[in-house]
Write a protein of this length. Structure first.
Length: 279
């Protein structure tokens, strides 16, 4: 073999090693971001053997791909544990359809909106019906208790504060999955539950779901990532905001909505006004 060939091969091998070292160094330099997601929130978040799936699972994987300076690792736990861990700094990011809440927005950093939910009243097919929260209160329909750490609790609590003469019978509980809550409506234990349309659709074909129906839309709510307050996460919030702006503007969020949430919430009346309303 000619000496020139040997030199060329040695040089190429050296470059390959240098390239591998650079890649490995780059990967090891990425900052790990711990993401916490609550269990039982399909189709928004689904725990699979290949990591998080569903609307937010797909979204966080896209953000992870587009922000190579970070490495996002998702952990599934109870909703109460999500917030306990976020408060202590165990987790950097809380991932779910978290709506505006004044106290939470003061306690944590929040990104710009990452999605838009279509709220409905989920009722038994042959049960009592309502088409608004005020009608639920006026008819004295029983409402499935809501976890006090859930954004829906704040929504219903705010309604009661604004309507002292026509209050909902609101009760707070600990963690509860969507499936368990809607089973209580299907069985007749309660008259109504308040959920995004996608949550209702995700159980519609189950035995309990076949006994349920959903009202017309009663409102839209933007959702946000929440982050533990730290200097590093302040910078992370800025990076995620830039990415979310891009993913909204190029239609990616709309694409995910069509794929996972059974309808295009961005095309609903009032969507343009409501999306990112609290940022």
């Amino acid at each position: 073999m000619k000496l020139s060939h040997l030199v060329t091969r040695a040089a190429l091998a050296g470059l390959a090693i240098l390239g591998l070292s650079a890649t490995t160094g780059s990967a090891s330099a990425a900052t790990t971001v711990t993401v916490a997601a609550p269990n039982g929130n399909s189709p928004y978040i689904i725990n699979t053997d290949h990591g998080a799936s569903g609307y937010y699972g797909a979204l966080i994987k896209r953000i992870d791909r587009d922000l190579p300076q970070y490495k996002f690792k998702t952990t599934f736990t109870s909703q109460n544990a999500v917030f306990a861990g976020l408060q202590s700094g165990k987790y950097d990011v809380a991932m779910s359809n978290f709506w505006y809440n004044k106290q939470r927005f003061n306690n944590y950093y929040h990104t710009r909106a990452n999605g838009l939910d279509d709220l409905r009243l989920v009722e038994r097919k042959n049960g009592k019906k309502a088409n608004s929260l005020s009608e639920v209160a006026k008819k004295k329909l029983t409402v499935v208790p809501v976890s006090t750490s859930d954004a829906r609790y704040s929504l219903l609590e705010n309604y009661n504060q604004q309507h002292p003469n026509n209050k909902l019978n609101l009760k707070g509980i600990g963690d509860q999955t969507t499936g368990d809550a809607l089973k209580q409506v299907a069985s007749g234990k309660y008259d109504v539950a308040v959920y995004p349309y996608a949550a209702y659709k995700s159980v519609q074909t189950t035995p309990a779901g076949k006994n349920l129906t959903a009202s017309k839309s009663i409102g839209l709510e933007s959702s946000y990532f929440l982050l533990h307050k730290s200097p590093a996460n302040k910078k992370l919030t800025q990076a995620m905001n830039k990415e979310l702006q891009k993913l909204h503007d190029d239609g990616y969020l709309e694409k995910l909505t069509n794929k996972y949430l059974y309808e295009n919430t961005f095309k609903l009346p009032g969507a343009q006004k409501e999306f990112n309303a609290h940022n």
